[in-house]
Design a protein around this ligand. Structure first.
Ligand code: NAP
Length: 430
């Protein structure tokens, strides 16, 4: 790469505009550290006249990002539009084919098309970097690719979504409902005001676990059918009961090699209040890897927001400016294999089951008989009657059982006149 490096930023939203300002203010520092003189020669967003957090140079503004490459020589493209397909995919593919290095925080794009894009980058001998796509400012991807590169990692898991972690922590701290705390999160900018669905339903964490899993196990990004559950059904009541039991609810992403098979999942977990992961609260993210010979490694930090995200984007930039062409997933695409998926039916956990029932004789035995039919043994029962409304809450903690047993056990409760709502299930972690 020449001393003078031309940069284009497409997408000037929360991340793009912050990055734009960071690149401008750190130009000299970057030159001192890398010997390269960076220049932002093109920027693009949808709306030219939108009021933005930092002033932009309108002379280099493009409404159509594809036009940039026809008019300017670009060395490095930052894609921060954020679509899994559409213009994001188009512009990244276009850039890689034109031998332009690409840096992106777009987890949706990488989780869906990462394999194909990595191959394209390798073929054209340019870099495709996406550190900011997982866990905001935590340098977890480079840690796996470089720092831990000769270890055999067999498990990677953690809290990968700051919005949901904030909501769960805040419900416990403030004693407020999910809906109230979601509104707070939106006001604070932790959750998207319009559509926070992709954070809440586990999709965001799921895209991240797929990227982490591919990197950790040197595999193709899996297309497996996985258990993906979010936090939308977690009630304040569950958080309070969990707390009395010395537990805390956390949305965990987990990827593991089990008997040479790949297991990936995202779902709420009950973890001990005394565990490390049980004390990662608020918007914090944490990623834990287990590998040989290194053992367990933990990285914790702010998982979202333009500041931490820009920190990762700039670390990708520094890596490109300082280094050679690297494989986007740590090893050559040809060497990355697909692994047989683990059968989800055999996933096994202790369970927390909450039933809202009519306060009638025989209801508890209906539940426990059904449990024993599916060989699910009970560890603990907590029954709280609500005499006034002739209702009761029954919470059952079970011993370990498989997913197939749980599904079969729960199936009759879809329609049972004594069970007022479909039971809430939260799996206990370890
Ligand atoms: N926000 C975070 O904290 C965070 C953290 C980690 C990763 N990320 C990732 O970073 C990426 C960007 O997120 P964000 O929060 O910055 O999104 P955002 O605020 O919604 O910004 C999206 C930007 O894309 C522009 N855009 C949309 N369509 C376009 C088109 N056809 N051509 C050119 N520009 C177009 C928009 O233009 P206008 O401004 O004119 O509407 C806007 O500037 C996503 O992949 C996200 O997952 C975000």
């Amino acid at each position: 790469m020449n001393k003078n490096v031309n940069i284009a930023i497409v997408g000037l939203g929360q991340v793009g505009i912050y990055l734009y300002n960071e690149l401008k203010s750190k130009k000299r520092e970057i030159e001192i550290k890398t010997g390269k003189n960076i220049n932002i020669v093109a920027i693009s967003a949808k709306n030219r006249n939108k009021k933005r957090r930092f002033k932009i140079n309108k002379k280099i503004f493009y409404s159509n990002p594809l036009k940039i490459f026809k008019e300017k020589k670009i060395d490095i493209l930052f894609e921060s539009i954020g679509q899994s397909d559409g213009i994001s995919k188009k512009i990244v593919e276009y850039a890689l084919k034109k031998k332009v290095n690409v840096i992106t925080p777009n987890k949706a794009l990488i989780a869906k098309h990462g394999d194909k894009l990595a191959k394209l980058a390798e073929k054209n001998k340019v870099n495709l970097e996406f550190e900011a796509s997982v866990a905001g400012g935590i340098p977890i991807l480079r840690t796996i690719k470089e720092g831990l590169s000769t270890n055999k990692i067999n498990k990677v898991y953690g809290i990968l979504n700051g919005t949901t972690n904030y909501i769960l922590s805040e419900m416990e701290n403030s004693n407020e409902t999910f809906e109230k705390v979601l509104q707070k999160a939106q006001k604070l900018g932790y959750a998207e005001p319009g559509n926070p669905k992709l954070d809440l339903n586990g999709f965001d964490a799921f895209a991240k676990i797929k990227i982490l899993s591919a990197l950790s196990f040197n595999t193709k990004i899996s297309k497996n059918n996985c258990i993906m559950e979010g936090i939308e059904n977690i009630k304040l009541q569950d958080i309070k009961i969990a707390s009395q039991l010395g537990l805390r609810v956390k949305l965990l992403g987990i990827a593991e090699i089990v008997k040479n098979q790949l297991f990936e999942t995202v779902h709420p977990c009950l973890v001990s209040k005394n565990s490390y992961i049980g004390n990662v609260n608020g918007v914090m993210n944490a990623v834990i890897t287990e590998g040989r010979p290194v053992g367990e490694s933990v990285l914790q930090g702010e998982g979202a927001g333009p500041g931490p995200t820009s920190s990762s984007l700039l670390s990708d930039l520094m890596s490109i400016l300082l280094g050679n062409i690297k494989y986007p997933f740590g090893i050559s695409s040809n060497k990355r294999k697909s692994i047989k998926p683990f059968n989800n039916n055999n996933y096994s956990n202790s369970l927390y089951l909450r039933f809202e029932v009519k306060d009638k004789q025989g209801v508890l035995s209906l539940i426990t008989n059904r449990l024993s039919k599916f060989k699910i043994s009970v560890k603990r029962i907590i029954q709280t009657p609500d005499k006034k409304n002739k209702k009761a809450t029954i919470v059952i903690i079970t011993h370990k059982t498989t997913e197939i047993n749980v599904r079969n056990f729960l199936s009759i409760f879809k329609k049972n006149k004594n069970i007022l709502k479909f039971p809430t299930l939260i799996r206990l972690y370890n």
